[in-house]
Write a protein that binds this ligand. Sequence first.
Ligand code: FO1
Length: 324
Amino acid sequence: MVTDFKAMRVTALAGGVGGAKLALGLQLALAPGNLTVIVNTGDDFEHFGLAISPDVDTVCYTLAGKANTEKGWGLQGESWNVLTALKALSAPTWFQLGDQDLATHLERTRLLQAGWSLSQVTEHFCKLWQVSSHVLPMSDQPFRTLIRTQTGELLAFQEYFVRERCEPAVAEIMFQHAEDIQPAPQALKSVDAADLVVICPSNPWVSIDPILALPGMVPALKKKPVIAVSPIIQGKTVKGPAAKMAQELGLEASAAAVLGHYADFVNGFIYDQLDGDIFTSDAYPGIIKKATNTIMKNDEDKLRLAIETLKLGEFLINNIYHHD
Ligand code: FO1
C-alpha cells in the first residue's frame, strides 16, 4: 500500500529534451534520491575525437538546473568561442559545441580513455553537479541508432537529426551494437527495485526503443507497474521529429499509436487533454488512461505532470497492480 507518493522509488526511461523535462518534475516531486533515470545512448557519437552523449548530458544538465531551456540542450549562459574559432578554420560546425559543454566532452573522453565506464563518468559528473537523482546511461557499451532514408542513404543519428535537421524521409530505424550488448550494471537493478516505472514523453521509436531493445529490459518492465506519457499531442510533438517519423514509417502519429507501441507492458497511460476522447471504451481495457495537460513550459508544469503521473502510479499500485 502506498500512502505518500513522495516516498515512492521511481525509475524513469528517457531520451533528451521531453524526457528530461518530466524527469525534472519527478525529481521535484519525489524525496531526494528516489528517482533513477535510465537514458538513451543510441544518439551518442564521436565528434572531433570526443565522446558525446547528448541525451545523458541533457538529462544531467536539466536535473542539475544548468540546462539551456530555450534550446533544450546544452548549458545556460554558454559561450561559443571555440565554435567561432572552428568556423574560422573551416572545420565542421553543424553540431554546435559550447565552450563549457566542451569541457564535459573533454573530461568524459579523458576518463573513458583512462578505463572508466560511461556509468562511472556520469555518476561522477552528477555528484559534482549536485544532482540528487541517479542518472544511468542505458548501456556502457557502444549502441548506435542509424537512420536509413527513403533515398537509401544510411545516416548516423546526429547526422540525420542535427546536420540534416530531420529533413530526409525515414525508411528504417536501425540499431547497431555489439552482439553481447548489455544494459548498464545498475539499469535492470533499478527497474527491479522501483515501485513504479515511468516512460517519459520521449520519442518512442528513437529514444525509448533503444532502451527497450536491451536484453532483459522488457521482461523486467513486465514485472512492474509501468506508466507511459505520450509525447504526441493532436498528431504533433512539442519538439522533435516523432510525429513526422511515424508518418514516414507508415505508422499513425497519435497518442493512441504511442499506447499501442507500449501496450505489451504498460499498466497506465497519460495523454494530453487536447486529445480528449481518442480512446473508445473497449480500447486496451487493461490499461488505465488519463487525459491531462502534458505541455511542460515551466517547472510548475513539470511538477504538476509528475504529480499526476505519481498519483496514477499510486492508484495502480494500490488498486490494480498485483506483485508476483
Ligand atoms: N541539437 C541541435 O539541434 N543542434 C545542435 O547543434 C546540437 C548540439 C548539441 C551539443 C551537445 C549536446 O549534448 C546536444 C546537442 N544537441 C544539438 C541536441 C541533441 O543532439 C539532440 O537533441 C538529441 O540527440 C535528440 O534527443
